[in-house]
Design a protein around this ligand. Sequence first.
Ligand code: KIV
Ligand code: NA
Length: 261
Amino acid sequence: MTNLITLQQRAQQGEKLAVLTCYDASFASLMANAGVDAILVGDSLGMVIQGQRSTLPVTLTDMVYHTRAVAAGAPDTFIITDLPFGSYQASPEQALISASALMSAGAHCVKLEGGAVMASTVAFLTQRGIPVCGHLGLLPQSVNTLGGYKVQGKTDAAAQQLIADAELLAASGAAMIVLEAIPATLAAQITSSIAIPTIGIGAGVDCNGQVLVLYDMLGLGKPPRFSHNFLQSANSLHEAVTAYVDAVKTANFPTEQHSFK
Ligand code: KIV
Ligand code: NA
């Protein structure tokens, strides 16, 4: 069984971490057999499972349900579950109650979106035994303030803010940080400025690991530019996921074609 400490050590030794989102037991079992380092029960399930237009309608009850299913299918795999919109922003205490429900359902770490504003919550949860994965850059739960799903950190000021946010989350005890849709050079800079692993999605090859939405990498629906269809040249779902793990481990994914300048 991998755990947070072994994952962090492997990243520190230069091993790339291959992460995928997952929402059910069957795919979780397949991912465990294919050698995925960690599974993210993402609130992207609101879009790919529920057909919603954003992740905002996803409830804590939804996340508990899918975390249980994933944990049943992959009992030895490190599971990160998203705290859904509205379940943690009010206070560290609210976040602790929500995170506890996810940990009881089988998560080993919870993920929340946001920088400096979340620092005290990250510290509060971490000090009480709950590892926290940060999430910076494109924050899907903030789509209404961002005005759409756009690449972040493009101006100098925005880039400096993201670096400061990452350093603050790390100093607050964050276990790792997802970097979504930011320029590859900025992601590389953040990765070298903090000791904890960065997990990129649309953030270039220099992050400590990569994550993709499962259905995107299987070519279902309309995948974003930074994703890749790994089923296309595979003979089975198992082969597709194995190919993804291998491509991440060997730094053959993402390429410049999947990255932003
Ligand atoms: O919900 C999700 O799938 C995510 C990933 C895009 C990082 O948060
Ligand atoms: Na998410």
